[in-house]
Write a protein that binds this ligand. Structure first.
Ligand SMILES: [Fe+2]
Length: 247
């Protein structure tokens, strides 16, 4: 193999994520959170997702108090606009809806009092915790959601250092029926060595129901393209069963 082929191989997309089919976590509505900055960036990212094998995408902007004070109606309107413009720009990956990534924060209790969650597949609510400290009362709020009939998916559990893996806290969440979604880029060390180790450990324990890309911009897209050449990741996708393709 020539150097050129080596180079090309490393940077060409391989459709390894076709086994998942649907990406259910990304930030590709322009200018509504810390994700895509403009339509062109969204279009590029959507095409990148397709190039690594996804055939469907559900977009999940942040709902976070007070940083991203998004309102469900606005997000639905912005999503419809993106859908139209991206289609016009030739995007052919199926845009299968909009949901939210809801931060369990000081404003979350209010959401429970007047629930209008944008759900994934009309059933699941994607939630995230703060990355550096645990929110008091989060278990109770999750329990309340479950009592209201929502299936709760915790976004990237491998990214919360205070939860650990072996710790009782993580086991408690699983026992409470919380579904886990790991970021695929964690498997390549995108967020550091510790989240990577935790991600593999959770997979090994059979704790992971969903994989998401959490794509925010083309840097993530390029990282996905690079990761799509990783044999170890390909094996993981084949070894475990995920619910992405049921969406
Ligand atoms: Fe996210």
């Amino acid at each position: 193999m020539t150097m050129f082929n080596l180079f090309k191989k490393k940077h060409s997309p391989t459709p390894i994520f076709s086994v998942l089919g649907t990406d259910m976590h990304c930030h590709l509505i322009p200018q509504v959170d810390d994700g895509s900055k403009c339509l062109e960036e969204s279009v590029d990212c959507l095409n990148m997702l397709q190039s690594v094998g996804y055939n469907k995408v559900i977009i999940t902007p942040h709902f976070q108090h007070p940083r991203f004070p998004n309102k469900e109606e606005d997000i639905q309107r912005r999503y419809a606009e993106l859908h139209r413009q991206a289609t016009e720009a030739g995007v052919s990956i199926e845009m299968a809806g909009v949901a939210g990534e809801y931060r369990i924060d000081s404003g979350f209790k209010q959401r429970l009092d007047e629930p209008r969650f944008l759900k994934i597949a009309d059933k699941y609510v994607l939630v995230e915790f703060s990355l550096n400290q645990q929110m008091m009362g989060s278990d109770e709020m999750i329990f309340d959601m479950q009592m209201m009939g929502y299936e709760v998916i915790l976004a990237h559990p491998e990214r919360y250092p205070y939860l650990g893996v072996m710790g009782q806290r993580m086991e408690q969440l699983k026992e409470n029926g919380v579904l886990f979604q790991i970021n695929v880029l964690s498997l390549g060390g995108f967020y550091g060595e510790e989240p990577k180790q935790r991600a593999y450990e959770m997979l090994e324990r059979g704790w992971v129901e969903f994989m998401g890309t959490d794509t925010h911009n083309t840097m993530y897209g390029q990282a996905l393209v690079d990761l799509s050449n990783d044999r170890k990741v390909q094996k993981v996708l084949e070894k475990y069963t995920f619910l992405n393709n049921t969406l």
